[in-house]
Design a protein around this ligand. Sequence first.
Ligand SMILES: Cc1cc2nc3c(=O)[nH]c(=O)nc-3n(C[C@H](O)[C@H](O)[C@H](O)COP(=O)(O)OP(=O)(O)OC[C@H]3O[C@@H](n4cnc5c(N)ncnc54)[C@H](O)[C@@H]3O)c2cc1C
Length: 392
Amino acid sequence: MKNILVLGGGFAGVDTAAYLKKEGYNVTLVSDRDYFYIYPTSIWIPTGDADFSDVKVDLKDLQKAHGFHLVVDGVEKIEARANRVTLSSGKVLDNYDYLVVAIGAHKMKHPGQEHTLSICGHPLEAPKIKRRIDDLIAKGGGKIAFGFGGNPKDSSAVRGGPGFELFFNLHNLLKKKGIRDNFEMTFFAPMPKPGARMGEQALSMMDTMFERSRFHKQFGKKIKRFEADGVVFEDDSKLESDFTMFIPAGDGHRVVKESDLPTNEAGFIKINDYSEVIIDGEVSNVYAAGDVAALEGPDWRAKQGHVAEVMAKNIAYNIAERDRGSEKRKGYQEHLNILCVMDTGDGAGFVFRDSKKAFMLPMPFVGHWMKKGWGWYCRNTKLGRIPRIPGM
Ligand SMILES: Cc1cc2nc3c(=O)[nH]c(=O)nc-3n(C[C@H](O)[C@H](O)[C@H](O)COP(=O)(O)OP(=O)(O)OC[C@H]3O[C@@H](n4cnc5c(N)ncnc54)[C@H](O)[C@@H]3O)c2cc1C
């Protein structure tokens, strides 16, 4: 039985390990966290709509469900040509036939970023955001700024949706408490039209939603630095804020940047359509899946969980076919789309974009519960308790 080493315990790593087990491989998964984190439903932690424990799934439970070996340790070094991975504990893993890298992305750095918290950062930042919001609620009012940044080297690594979702959820929480009027809420982003990749119709709908929610906008100005009490822009103007939630764009993972793997300019691993990594002109024994990989495709392409899952499923299929000596392969590019239920706390907007269409469909009330239902579906399908709906 061939040995496969999967690095990372997120959407890409867990699914790759589970599908490879189904193909009959001996799989070891390495993760620096002992849990799988359902990022899309973490937006409810800061408003108290979900607990941290609702959003995480213990990797031990996933290990039991799928039968892979689990190593909880950090990956420190990848030497692809030497077939060697070194862990933070000093342990060396070099007895593998294939390597799947799925350790996600690191984040762009901005001066003064320590004055901000991100809903897309380390999972433990979400409860910290909750504490900051609780403090402001206890104070009874204040100025709140939410925003996201760009990565000029790879636009697919920009993530703004969760910022919008949390902002709308917070607005609704403050409204429910009857204190919304005491807060000034401003959304900021360096691009003139943040969210433009969702398409024109979605953008104009977001505009209406912003107006209705009385959000101020600060778009199109580059961020110079963050301070304890606000955001300073390139023209030295300052947006005052008692609490700043900022999502820096994704950047190549440090371990990948320091490895001998081929990367794009931003440090994401170059792959072909089949998630194979080409080394020295040949298809190597290394694959990459999820946010760690450089996506090829249209301008609006985005690093998303469902793309990570497609890549994971393909990798298991492609490795199995390769070992059968067949030429059959499955690619991720035909599945590139933007698919998101953008939650607002009292409903949601269904956002979809592919090469043919782009739209946002309002889903008052029911949309919120659809996303809640998806969280339940995600946990239970990952744990193998219920079957997956094809295409989901
Ligand atoms: C708040 C939020 C909301 C989102 N909402 C949506 C949505 O609605 N729809 C959608 O499709 N996508 C959504 N996304 C995007 C989606 O969550 C990501 O695309 C997805 O998590 C990528 O999966 P991944 O496995 O590649 O990376 P990750 O989920 O980041 O997992 C990386 C894994 O690698 C591990 N790791 C990292 N470094 C090391 C190391 N050195 N050693 C060992 N292990 C390491 C981490 O612990 C983690 O287990 C959202 C993201 C966020 C942050």
